[in-house]
Design a protein around this ligand. Structure first.
Ligand code: C2E
Ligand code: C2E
Ligand code: C2E
Length: 85
């Protein structure tokens, strides 16, 4: 992580995610649903995911982790200013 600073949190806006067309949101929506299921965390407006998960998602989307993060910010799924550690 950046010297002295905690890693930035990846906080997914589940409401915004549900508004996106399936061809954009599909893989991330399935991944988020799997995490919610594993945690038993079904009622949140947001879901905080692991840094490691963003790297797995980047493989699924065939993008670099940095580009995927920018894309998700552009879609409004991650808050403006989110950067990878
Ligand atoms: P696990 O990885 O063996 O984690 C067991 C428990 O440790 C979790 O139960 C949670 O209470 C705690 N834990 C582990 N890492 C963290 C963390 O970074 N922050 C916090 N706050 N707690 C943590 P929980 O939440 O019921 O999750 C059960 C299992 O579901 C986890 O077992 C893991 O296999 C999976 N899982 C949950 N959330 C995620 C996620 O965001 N990404 C991935 N890849 N798997 C997840
Ligand atoms: P925070 O991480 O900034 O989260 C703020 C609020 O966003 C949380 O308020 C919760 O309403 C929502 N939120 C964030 N991530 C998730 C998620 O993955 N699932 C769901 N369902 N909601 C989420 P809350 O619960 O009152 O927690 C307030 C603060 O307490 C959190 O701020 C965090 O600093 C701490 N906290 C709560 N639960 C945990 C935890 O399991 N592990 C750690 N390390 N901190 C926690
Ligand atoms: P957090 O709970 O505040 O944890 C911040 C960072 O501390 C995590 O970043 C991880 O690097 C480390 N950490 C915390 N608990 C554990 C643990 O039990 N085992 C290990 N190996 N590392 C731990 P990370 O992984 O990027 O996760 C970011 C946030 O995602 C966590 O913030 C938490 O809000 C959420 N999260 C991740 N995994 C789980 C999980 O299994 N269950 C739940 N409920 N939340 C999780």
């Amino acid at each position: 992580s950046r010297r002295g600073a905690p890693a930035p949190k990846l906080v997914i806006d589940l409401g915004r995610l549900s508004e996106l067309p399936a061809h954009q949101a599909g893989p991330l929506a399935r991944y988020a649903a799997a995490i919610q299921s594993q945690r038993g965390d079904y009622n949140g407006k947001v879901l905080t995911i692991r840094q490691e998960d963003l790297r797995s998602l980047a493989v699924i989307y065939d993008m670099s982790p940095e580009s995927l993060t920018e894309q998700l910010v552009g879609w409004g799924v991650l808050p403006a200013g989110t950067e990878l550690d």
